[in-house]
Design a protein around this ligand. Sequence first.
Ligand SMILES: Cc1cc2nc3c(=O)[nH]c(=O)nc-3n(C[C@H](O)[C@H](O)[C@H](O)COP(=O)(O)O)c2cc1C
Length: 467
Amino acid sequence: MASLTVRQLDDRLKKQLRLRAAKHGRSVEDEVRNILRSAAADTEEFATLSPPAEHQERHTNQTHDAARLRVLLIIGGGIAAYKSLDLIRRLKERGAVVRAIMTAAAQEFVTPLSAGALTGGKVFTDLFDTESEFDVGHIRLARETDVIVVAPATADLMAKMAGGHADDLASTVLLATDKKILLAPAMNPRMWENVATRRNLAQLTADGVAIVGPNAGEMAERNEAGAGRMAEPLEIVAAIELLRGKTHALAGKRVIVTSGPTYEPIDPVRYIANRSSGKQGHAIAAAAAAAGAEVVLISGPVDVPDPIGTKVTKVETARDMLRAVEAAQPADVAIFTAAVADWRMAEPSSQKIKKSGKGAPELALVENPDILATVAHDKSLRPKLVIGFAAETEKVIENAKAKLAKKGCDWIIANDVSPASGVMGGDRNTIHIVTQRGVESLPPQSKDEVADAIITRIAAELGGAKR
Ligand SMILES: Cc1cc2nc3c(=O)[nH]c(=O)nc-3n(C[C@H](O)[C@H](O)[C@H](O)COP(=O)(O)O)c2cc1C
């Protein structure tokens, strides 16, 4: 290639070039060559991210470019940093454009060279790096992205974010951004359980920051187990897609959700029921639909509105619900959130039962069909993933484990529905996901967030992620 002579540089630019060259121990000419080389390398990935202001409109009209998800990945200083490299790979496989920032501590675990080799671009590490500030700058890093993902999110980064600190590149970008933020916390279980981390988590959740994980299980440290393991890369990808609003995490999947209570008639005016509001089941159906699934929601009598984008079948009794579930098959996933009455009247009275003056009538009850067990054990109809809910008032996890073994389903999602928990009819829930692999306990959160967390895990499971 012919040599290139650049004339008429303004003094400010010349001064910056001299400073950069001196900093890197290069001649000004070599420094310019270096800038051009890295600009050429970056062009392929980032030309669409960083168009000059006057060309921005032209770029936003290019659907090909606009369709590519832009992720700014902040890698914190934890052992799970190695998993972020796989996360970059997974995102790139899906066509995302990934930029990475690494904290100083992160660089003790993985190198910017590895992360850069996977993103295909420069990895940003230093707030006061003239070169980076000159090329992109922390404000552009904060803004030229669709979503910021912090993985692993260390206890320290969470504390900084909760407190609004900005003393390095990662925290400054997090403070300067107006984009959606997703944290994938990873830390020792005691750090995760620490009241300070709990406080910071609550603050961040209240601030609208989305959280994926952490999962429960063995930690990298010897003899350590509990909640604190970073979510798997595919779970994080699914969470990013959900966060983005437009998601395909469950595209092409058919999902059956049951919700609400059942009413079992005693006579034409009385019935046996429970306090289930349908809020959790309906939120799950809505989250599955938002993730691109074809959703059949089979609901008992509830006051909550039908979720957008779902096909709703309304039923009253457990037997009606079972019939509707069977009619809705085949499906990829069945989530049995409904609080189905265990018993019904052996012979409901066709007329209103009257006071006879001889004491209360005897109500002879029989067991209702077990919808979860019926579907889970039916080899011809069984969806790939069968999930039951266990509403318990005591020994929540112990009872859920027993239920998992007895019902033949894949997961039991246990929640404490004792009156003190406020779950029945309330807007918040605390769940424990019990599988053959162990128990994952999620923090208390809104029923919508619980639904998103469940759908994220389902998408990861169907995508082949190990948990
Ligand atoms: C071997 C080792 C492993 C660590 N793993 C974690 C971890 O998994 N999560 C965490 O929050 N902190 C972990 N730390 C502590 C952080 O590295 C430390 O708090 C650091 O200041 C975090 O910096 P950053 O938040 O800027 O990345 C670890 C430290 C060491 C020495």
